[in-house]
Design a protein around this ligand. Sequence first.
Ligand SMILES: Nc1ncnc2c1ncn2[C@@H]1O[C@H](COP(=O)(O)OP(=O)(O)OP(=O)(O)O)[C@@H](O)[C@H]1O
Length: 227
Amino acid sequence: MYELRGVTKQYRRGKETVDALRGIDLTVADGGRLVIQGPTGGGKSTLLQMLGGLDRPTAGSVVLDGVDLATLTEARLTRVRSDKIGIIFQSFNLIPTLTAQENVETALVPLGLKVAERRERAAEALKSVGLGERLSHLPSEMSGGQQQRTAIARALVKNPKVLLADEPTGNLDESTRDEIMDVLEGLWREHGLMFIMVTHDSALARQAPRVATLRKGLISVAEKAVA
Ligand SMILES: Nc1ncnc2c1ncn2[C@@H]1O[C@H](COP(=O)(O)OP(=O)(O)OP(=O)(O)O)[C@@H](O)[C@H]1O
C-alpha cells in the first residue's frame, strides 16, 4: 500500500519558487483504484512522479510497502521501479525503432531474465492486451490504441504491484478511449493491481469509486459507494 504523509514539492523557476504540492496526505490500499483529477497546473503529474519514484519530494514521505521512496538511493529506487511499478503515459513513450515485442521486453531487461524467457513473457503480455498478431510491428505501423496497448503490456509484463497512468487516453478518440479503459479495467480485476490514473476526462472521473482532486497543490479525496 501507499502511504503519503506531508508530501511537499517545490520547483525553482529562476528566482521564483513554485509550490506544486503542499503537504499531501494520501493512502491507497493494495488492489485499490484511484482517479486523480483537477485543473491544469494543480499538481497531478507531480504527484504521479512522486508515486512512481521518478522524482523526490522536497519534504514528506512516500511509503510503498513500508519503504520510503523519498529516502532511497538512486540504485534502490530504480530497483523498486523496475520490480513494482508500471507506468503508462499519454504519449505512449514507445521506442520507435523497436517492434512491439522488443518494446515490451525492455521492461524485463533490468530483471536479468534470459532472452528466451523475456521473449515469451513479452509475447504473452501482448496477447493479453489483444495484440498477439502484432508482435513484430513497429510503433509507426500501429494505431494509437494499439500503441497504448503495447505500452500497457510493457507496464504489466513484469507483474508490478502498481500501475500508474498519466492521461492514458488523452491522445485517443472516444471509442478507442473506451476500448483502452476496458482493457485497463479488465487487467485491474484480473491482476489485483493498485491502479492510479490521472485524467482530465470528467466522464472517466465520474465512473471512478474514489477520486482525488488536486487544486493548487492541495488534495481532497471523495469516495463513492460502489454500485
Ligand atoms: N520541472 C518543473 N519546473 C518548474 N515548475 C514545474 C515543473 N513541473 C511542474 N511545474 C509547475 O508545478 C505546478 C504543478 O504542475 P503539474 O504538471 O504537476 O500540474 P498538472 O495538474 O499535472 O497540470 P496539467 O493538467 O496541465 O498536466 C505547475 O505550476 C507547473 O508549472
